[in-house]
Write a protein that binds this ligand. Structure first.
Ligand code: HEM
Length: 406
């Protein structure tokens, strides 16, 4: 098992294209011991254990994310442990979100998805990643968050290379670090220039996007971020927005297209306008190949996981902990009949967006973007897979689909 944890670290990226292998390994690990602690590493694969790791302050993120964030997009609250700096920065960002934003983001996702699908309709084939799932969140970053980028290609490259380095360069691959550094050297001055330009715009017009709101916040009672703080925070948010949603759309779509009964549920829900059932089918499909199979944490002080249960286990200070949200979502102690596709599971069966302090800031946006994307693409008649997802490292790059041209 020590060997398995080492392989998990070194091969996780390669295993992303084989979710059933990964799931089998997590099931096996959970059966042997839901909290495996070996050689400075721990693998936690039960629902209860993962929940405890993600919600207990003994397990932090600073040692995992902070240095790479500071080197690339800048210090960001996902890399901070609980404390005044986290509270201030996370709450300043959350303050500029408004209830109507969900509708705005939904409209951008819907319009983009249907335009792409309608353009492909007469052709009969489509790349559901490069020509679809990656474009939808890019438009949201441009139109809602207010960061157009010099071009789509530059924006997508910056987001991907920096995300890869911060969250997925588990093997410290030098090429990944170099690409992220090159992107950071372009992104940082670009964002500072954009902030200056938006300030000038604010004097003239009534533009409203997320970046403008962070700028306006500077003048409000209580103040906001300084310009560099705006750069760090808008940068952190957009880096987390594109390849996450793109991958989740691609994974959910592929899983639905592999399961005729599940596809039928999703397609019927989409046709009948049953958004609750469609959403259920999309997040259930994603359970079979989640965006994020494990979340890393650093054990900052000795902690007994499962204290008071028959399976208490000490995790020593300094342990690098892998909390397998993928494994947890197949733990039958929490999830009824985990091997069955069920579109009506309670939402607390899912850990797609983490838990606790760092639970995903974009969750409510994802809740509308993913179903809108899937609804549009399922409108293509006789939609079917033409092969599997092709990856660029950990990121879906292409997924060929075919349908009857009309
Ligand atoms: C389907 C797409 C997405 C998935 C599956 C996802 C998943 C996650 C997960 C698992 C975490 C917790 C990380 C951890 O605990 O280590 C997280 C945090 C976060 N996500 Fe997402 N995410 C998605 C999209 C987005 C989007 C679109 C945004 C921005 C609009 C976003 C912004 C964030 C931020 C800022 C945090 C940190 C929150 C905090 O520290 O308080 N995510 N996300």
């Amino acid at each position: 098992m020590a060997e398995f944890i080492e392989r998990l670290e070194s091969q996780l990226v390669g295993w992303l294209g084989a979710p059933s292998i990964l799931r089998g390994l997590f099931d096996e690990a959970r059966a042997v011991d839901p909290v495996l602690v070996v050689g400075g590493r721990a693998l936690v694969s039960s629902f209860a254990g993962v929940t405890e790791v993600l919600t207990d302050p003994s397990f932090g993120v600073k040692e995992i994310y902070a240095a790479r964030m500071e080197r690339t997009s800048g210090a960001f609250f996902l890399g901070m442990d609980a404390g005044p700096a986290y509270d201030r920065e996370a709450s300043l960002v959350r303050q500029v979100v408004r209830p109507a934003d969900i509708g705005t983001v939904r409209s951008i996702a819907r319009a983009t998805a249907w335009d792409l699908v309608d353009a492909a309709r007469p052709v009969g084939t489509m790349d559901a990643v490069a020509g679809f799932s990656r474009i939808i969140p890019t438009r949201i970053v441009q139109q809602f968050f207010g960061v157009p980028g010099p071009s789509d290609a530059d924006l997508m490259r910056w987001m991907r290379t920096i995300f890869w380095e911060i969250f997925l360069n588990l093997t410290n691959d030098a090429a990944v670090a170099v690409a992220a550094d090159a992107s950071s050297h372009e992104l940082s001055p670009y964002l500072m220039g954009l902030i200056e330009a938006r300030k000038a715009d604010r004097l003239k017009g009534s533009r409203d996007d997320f970046l403008c709101r962070l700028i306006d916040q500077q003048k409000q009672p209580g103040g906001g971020f300084d310009d560099d703080g705006i750069r760090r925070n808008i940068g952190g948010i957009i880096v987390g927005a594109v390849d996450t949603q793109s991958k989740a759309i691609a994974h959910a779509l592929e899983q639905l297209l592999k399961r005729p009964a599940a596809l039928e549920i999703a397609r019927t829900a989409a046709c009948e306008g049953n958004d609750v059932l469609l959403r259920g089918a999309v997040f259930e499909a994603l359970r079979y190949n989640p965006m994020n199979p494990v979340l890393p944490r650093f054990c900052q002080r000795d902690h007994v996981l499962g204290h008071g249960t028959g399976r208490a286990k000490k995790v020593p200070q300094g342990t690098l902990v892998f909390a397998s949200t993928f494994g947890a979502m197949f733990d039958d102690a929490k999830v009824e009949a985990p091997g069955e596709f069920r579109a009506d599971r309670p939402s607390d069966n899912y850990l797609h967006f983490g838990l606790g302090l760092h639970r995903c800031f974009g969750e409510r946006f994802n809740d509308v973007v993913l179903p809108e994307a899937i609804k549009a693409i399922l409108s293509l008649p006789e939609l079917r897979l033409e092969g599997a997802i092709q990856y660029d490292g950990p990121f879906p790059e292409h997924l060929a689909v075919r349908f009857d041209p009309r």
